[in-house]
Ligand binder design. Structure first.
Ligand code: IMP
Length: 192
């Protein structure tokens, strides 16, 4: 079976390609000649993931899955959430988003937060959602050089390191995305 992963992120693509069961071929957006920007206008992670997967299924006719991730900070009422990529403004950099979070949490003692990933899969029109969470806390300052996004300020519970101080493999085992992907892979293996 061929399934499109509706992402332009080549790291995510190669990560999944090595995990899927034999018999499933993951195609990229480039493979199906999709150069359009996928719609992502929902106010929820679930909505955005479904919107992207449905767009590919409806317009290109391929079974497809798409993901969406957000950092939900308790003291900020769940912000930045669905706006995680552009919290400090359209086309901002990760360091701008981090600065905004640290500024907003200045003096704040309650620093609990979680990353949440939702993957929406559409096979022959049937939609299934998979979710992964990673609970932790927001540091006072940045630590570490690995990873991306908010990794330098996110410390998962039970660890004395931020995500940016872990290797990709260490992070993958406990991360929100790692957990959601694992559920997707198990589902695909069972339906293969
Ligand atoms: P996306 O839905 O995977 O593109 O994630 C949206 C935004 O959430 C990214 O642009 C990052 O700012 C943030 N983000 C997602 N996953 C992670 C992660 O594993 N570590 C740190 N930041 C992340």
């Amino acid at each position: 079976m061929k399934i499109v992963f509706a992402t332009n992120n080549l790291n995510k693509l190669s990560e999944i390609q090595s995990l899927v069961p034999n018999g499933i071929e993951i195609l990229s957006l480039i493979d199906i000649n999709c150069n359009e920007k996928l719609p992502e206008t929902s106010l929820t992670l679930e909505g955005n993931a479904l919107q992207k997967a449905k767009f590919v299924f409806d317009n290109y006719g391929y079974n497809c899955f798409a993901d969406d991730t957000g950092l939900e900070i308790d003291a900020l009422g769940g912000e930045p959430g669905v706006y995680s990529a552009r919290y400090a403004g359209e086309n901002c950099l990760a360091k701008d988003n981090i600065r905004k979070v640290l500024d907003k949490l200045k003096g704040e003692k309650v620093r609990g937060a979680k990353f949440r990933t939702v993957i929406a899969l559409i096979i022959n029109g049937k939609e299934t959602l998979f979710e992964g969470e990673c609970n932790g806390s927001i540091m006072q300052t940045k630590n570490g050089e690995e990873g991306f996004g908010y990794d330098p300020i996110f410390k998962p519970f039970g660890y004395n390191l931020t995500f940016a101080e872990m290797t990709k493999d260490e992070k993958g085992v406990i991360s929100h995305r790692g957990k959601a992907v694992k559920k997707l892979i198990l589902f695909l293996a069972a339906t293969d």
